[in-house]
Design a protein around this ligand. Structure first.
Ligand SMILES: [Zn+2]
Length: 444
């Protein structure tokens, strides 16, 4: 390249809108980080994969200085109702608790509000080091809502599952709109990063003939299924996990969410049939489902994924905080320090969680794996000095320590700032729209 060409190339890069620059996969050399499970090493990324680790031949690669950071795999959220993100904090109002407060809002929700909520959720996901999500769209009021959320995920570049759902106020005896689901499937094929799934009310929240038909159609269409089961005290008494096992409705394709009040026998059946559980300790505590039985779930050998659930209750998408409370619940329940190892909880937040979503090549830093990586500062007042990387990640770090996020080889956060997202404009739009929805719903 001569000087003129070099100047032209520089000018082109500079003039390119930030959003577009952020979308271009590159050949990147991450230099000088401590790599989780490996130690000090450089990591070469080519396209969307990790190409080599150690001291790779990286001629021509863009070098990114990672000194002072610990490089971990991108974190995986396994259950997140992204559609209501702009309703942050609306879980308790003059109307009462979560259900009463959200019901009038859910009814007047719009595809625009759903899309904006997904965009805000994605901005927080990148900020917090979450690079894979399971978007649980349980206010799919029409195919337009689903399209708005799918497009927001696709355009935002996140990896994961979009779980197509139903309107919040659908009655237990009313069926989902399968014609709309099939038309949606025709319109939107799975991509390299996104897959369609089905979120259902399941046996706790709909009639047998309804949810069993949903299972049949999902399996016929090859969609993974997810449902909230045995979440609260009443749900725990229904015996639905045993009935699901008996009827062939559990399996590796069926994720059970919460199961806070499930019995040991329920956990044994889920483990036997391969159904993973997704737990969201913060919201399970906040909404009053009970104390998440992390120790019993681990003892039963369940496949476990962690989640933030929703911003209405959880407040934020801090997966570090989710790891910490998960770990410490198990210690408290067993009255044994370190009952569940830090490395185990870290596994649930990364490769283990990905595996529960059916994604195998994710969550570990090794050649050939997807290049979803998070660099956490090890020189902050709350992270230094480092005893073990596992303790740092599960007990010391918070999203403010996330320096750099790379997903599929693309930079999403660098130097603590989002790449390619105008977050000031996003927040202004979210604030404006939420105020107008609250006025329309008559909620202060
Ligand atoms: Zn949920």
């Amino acid at each position: 390249m001569n000087r003129r060409q070099m100047l032209a190339a520089t000018a082109a890069t500079t003039l390119l809108p930030a959003a577009l620059r952020a979308q271009t996969p590159q050949r990147l050399l991450l230099k000088g980080a401590e790599v989780l499970g490996i130690g000090p090493a450089d990591v070469l990324i080519e396209g969307d994969r990790i190409a080599a680790i150690g001291q790779p031949d990286a001629a021509g690669a863009e070098v990114i200085d990672m000194s002072g950071t610990l490089l971990m795999p991108g974190m995986v959220d396994t259950h997140w109702h992204m559609w209501n993100t702009i309703a942050r904090g609306m879980g308790q109002t003059d109307l009462g608790g979560f259900s009463n407060s959200m019901a009038p809002l859910a009814k007047i929700w719009t595809p625009e509000a759903a899309a904006l909520s997904v965009q805000l959720a994605l901005a927080e996901a990148w900020t917090s080091g979450i690079t894979t999500v399971h978007n649980w769209a349980h206010n799919t009021r029409s195919a337009e809502f689903a399209a708005a959320e799918w497009e927001a995920m696709r355009d935002g570049g996140i990896r994961g599952i979009f779980a197509y759902g139903y309107p919040q106020d659908l009655k237990p005896g009313e069926r989902m709109d399968f014609a709309a689901l099939r038309a949606f499937r025709e319109r939107f094929a799975d991509t390299g990063t996104m897959r369609l799934g089905l979120c259902t009310r399941g046996p706790d929240r709909s009639e047998d003939r309804i949810w069993q038909e949903e299972w049949r159609i999902a399996r016929e269409m090859g969609l993974p299924i997810t449902s909230h089961v045995a979440s609260d005290r009443k749900g725990g008494t229904l015996g639905n996990i045993a009935r699901m096992a008996e009827g062939g409705f559990l399996g590796r394709d069926v994720q059970i969410v919460h199961a806070t009040q499930a019995s040991d026998e329920d956990f044994r059946l889920m483990a036997q049939h391969g159904s993973p559980v997704s737990i969201s300790p913060w919201t399970e505590l906040e909404v009053g489902y009970g104390i998440p039985p992390v120790a019993r779930m681990a003892a039963a050998g369940l496949r476990i994924g962690l989640s933030v659930d929703n911003m209405v209750l959880a407040g934020n998408a801090d997966m570090f905080g989710v790891m910490k409370v998960t770990s410490d619940l198990a210690s408290g329940q067993t009255e044994t320090q370190g009952a569940v190892k830090d490395a185990t909880v870290l596994h649930w937040a990364t490769a283990g969680g990905a595996e529960t979503l059916g994604i195998a090549d994710l969550g570990m830093i090794a050649p050939g794996m997807l290049a979803d990586l998070v660099a956490v500062r090890t020189d902050a007042v709350n992270t230094a000095p480092v005893r073990t990387p596992e303790f740092l990640l599960t007990h010391a770090a918070h999203p403010g320590n996330v320096d750099t996020v790379i997903a599929g080889g693309i930079l999403r956060k660098r130097g603590g700032a989002l790449v390619g997202i105008d977050h000031t404009a996003l927040l202004a739009e979210a604030t404006r729209l939420m105020a107008s929805l609250r006025r329309r719903a008559g909620i202060d």
